[in-house]
Unconditional design. Sequence first.
Length: 294
Amino acid sequence: MTGIVDSHFHIWRQADLPWLLGPMQPRIFGPYEPIRRDYPVAEYLADCRACGVTEAVYVQANWAPARHLDEVAFVTQASEETGFPIAIVAYADMLAEDVRPQLDALALNPRVRGVRMQLHWHANPLYRFASGPDLCRDPQLQENLGWLADYGFSFDLQVFAPQMPGAAELAAACPRVSFVLQHAGMLEDLSPEGVEQWRTGMSALAAQPNIVSKLSGLGTFLRRNDPQHIAFVAMETIALFGPERCLFGSNFPIEKLWTSYAELIGAHRAAVPASAADHVFNHTARRVYCLAQP
């Protein structure tokens, strides 16, 4: 297998993240005291380097929205000093009246390859992030997302299963944009009904050729590294999307709350068939995020 591209990780300084300061705020991954501190690129490299990771893509970590360019500058400095990350998925407000000025500013940085604005909403307030459940159908958001194609930017799409029909409509409305489904659709309801709703929604998303699925954050709702669960989600997702439309992401340091990088990558390697490994761990990320071939 070729070197691993980690398509989803974060570095941060505690002082820059509102949700790390002050009282604990509810997060979908539960209590997070152990990561209420700096997580610099040196620590990330110590976590991942021995596991075969050769390159990585940073995904925005919810700095204050007005400081999204400061986040890009901080990550760019880390990249200049260490070579990690090789690319950045930044934040932009896709509900702005016109997002293009924000995209113009992001496009000045050649490391920026995409945008994430989290759209996930849940009936459970602890899992809720977006302002409403149906933002994927918002005309302003759809118009702004369509502009991403002109910049060569992808969109990291984060939704729960009940939101997937709207997300499929969003992808259909923006056919020139590449969408990267976060955390394989965030399966959180493991009841038979919940799994079936997730599977149905994933099928609708897979029917849109401009969506790929990221195998990341699969311990989020279990609060543990569960090889059996990872194998189930990976096999279901690969069967629906095909290996050439699936990619791996560590979601570190979030997953560090309950596991090591070696254990995490070991579970994913065991879950992904050998015939799919090069796509999942390397080729898909390179294509979607426009990374140079090694």
